[in-house]
Write a protein that binds this ligand. Sequence first.
Ligand code: CP
Length: 315
Amino acid sequence: MKHLLSLEDWSADEMAEAIATARTIKAHPERYENCMRRRTLCMIFEKPSLRTRLSFETGATQMGGHAIYYDTSTSPLGSGKESIGDTVQTMCRYVDIIMARLFKHEDLLEMAKYATVPLINALTNFSHPGQILADLQTVEEHKGRLEGLKVAYFGDAFNNVTHSLLFGCPKMGMPITVACPEGAEYEPDPKVLAAAQAAAERTGVEVRVVHDAAEAARGADVLYTDSWMSYHIPKDQAAARIKVFTPFQVTTQLLALAAPGAVFLNCLPAIRGMEQTAEVIDGPQSVVFDEAENRMHMHKALMYLLLDAAGRLAK
Ligand code: CP
């Protein structure tokens, strides 16, 4: 069964196919309006969401399918009364495809052991692959290509978005520089970095981690940042994290160092005055709402491709 658990598992061709399919679905949604007829998506959520929930649910509706929002806090799974294995085996007797937003990536891997329908990672503590595919679609829309574009990421790098960027960008021939504070709790997972560097050697691009935001910004085509307070970070850490991440805030001064026509991305939710200033996120180089919109086109593409691979598309 083909799943999307991490971009580590997907080849450049598979990523390019997802991006091309999302592009076609965005341009011609009517061609796909029945491909999920009588098909059901189960959406498992352990954490909050605006974009992921609405884009998957709307995407399923637009393709003629039905989506079930399954909140684990009111379920036997969440109360600890039912195991992951029993839950997933039961679900797979009802539904055609599952997406899951979970605290622990290990729980997603456990789900995948039992899933007899496609399973999509809709964010774990470790990775956020669908987000990065939608981000790459957005970059391609605005820049006309991906290969050779320089990506710079700023801020909290021990997080799912950075890891998925590191898995995805080098495979697509995009050099990436991560600018973050020093320390294991702020830097990318060393295993992810090693995988990114191995992919980068194959495509002939560079992967760097630096501790100076200006160094990363110079000549970048894509500037990306994410929340300093990811969903799993305790609120009492906010003051300390603001102090450590402030040198990596994306500002107009930082943007001025980038390549002409550089674009600014944030997967959202964003806080103005934290990971970026209001001038940057509300400015002409920001593409954050195209990025948010593309979550829906990409999720439709992922459901289409994975249902097709599983032989479960509506005829
Ligand atoms: N970027 C993202 O995953 O947004 P939500 O948390 O709102 O789903």
